[in-house]
Ligand binder design. Sequence first.
Ligand code: FAD
Ligand code: DHB
Length: 390
Amino acid sequence: ETTPVAIIGAGPAGLLLSWALRDAGISSIVIENRSQDYVLGRIRAGVLEQGSVEYLTNLGLGDRLKAEGMEHEGIYLQYGGERHRVDFNDLIGRTVTVYGQQQVVKDLVAAHRGAGATVYYEAADVAVHDLESVTPSVTFIHEREEHTITADFVVGADGFHGICRSSIPAARITLFDRSYPFAWLGILADVAPSTDELIYALHEDGFAMHSMRSHAVSRLYLQVDPADDIANWSDERIWEALHVRLAVPGWSLTEGAITDKSITPMRSFVASTLTYGSLFLVGDAGHIVPPTGAKGLNSAISDVTQLAAALTAHYRNDDSLLGRYSETALARQWRVQQFSRWMTDMLHRSPGDLQSDAFDYRSQVGQLDYVTHSPLAQRMLAEQYTGLRL
Ligand code: FAD
Ligand code: DHB
């Protein structure tokens, strides 16, 4: 088999790139090692930047997004038992849309299916070859048959644990990372959200957040120890902690049946290059952010926007964008890294020694006091949260 572009990974990045290329008249093949049900069942991010919404809509993926996505004009920041609103629309005329990553993937899977696109699910032993040549290839086993796909380009959209980044020789790539001494416990609950917009809260017991997936489904998060086990968190204990950390006078949190709960570690990670020969990395394969700024999925979409344009230009005999892809995508990504780290450090308790910890907490409250009262600081938050335009 041959194809112009072989894409490894059917997460949001891989499926969207394939769809965007198809829109430009370029065919591609997607190779995924998990099942379609597994890919569709993964619950992850929930907030789309305005630019992400526009991109999906321009590619014909906006129908359900427009009908079911919830446009939010701001967020709440909470600390010291007080809740303050930051109004993005008022500040800069931009908004975000709450629409689960699961829904984005569902729309992409349906679009690909409708168009008869080639996506190999449950591909085993996926390997990439001859990346330094102009005829790279991908081999894998699908339904007991060995496949070899020869392409002009291989795209690594295979997430943080994929095989593409690690196929770049160590001498050609440097990995920059930072880990955090906390993790997020996330739940999905069958209950109408107790808030109209997302609440990000700093509490002495740790960070808490109230998000949502629809008018009937709430998504909530708690800062926990990364070594903690989800088995230690009964539904009662989770709601109890959420009530305490999200409390403000005159407001109450409505409980509901918890349908999913898990603990996710947090890390910041960026590869020094997204390109090696004929290989291009997009999304989590090239970089990871801690989730506090809601930038993981949006960064994957931003990479796809850039790589799709670069590959389209290549097939129209202009290689300048492709040559600059890694540089331009990483320049944006480092700004996003800075924002995600800033949001994370502002809103989480650092479990250090007691004295520095007490100092840090009061300093974080001072920071939140400033951010929620300074129009300049709010504008800075609004610009980055709703999505940088470069
Ligand atoms: P992925 O979604 O990881 O997709 C990669 C795909 O490649 C997967 O389908 C995988 O099965 C496949 N793959 C892997 N290895 C191979 C292989 N060898 N061969 C073939 N296919 C392979 N971001 C937020 O903004 N907010 C959140 O709340 C949030 N929560 C998250 C929770 C979890 C548990 C995780 C892991 C991430 C979360 N993120 C969140 C980050 C966000 O979901 C990611 O940034 C986003 O999924 C990136 O998309 P992607 O397509 O690059 O990677
Ligand atoms: C969600 C996740 C985030 O990381 C965030 O900052 C906001 C919302 C969510 O899953 O809904």
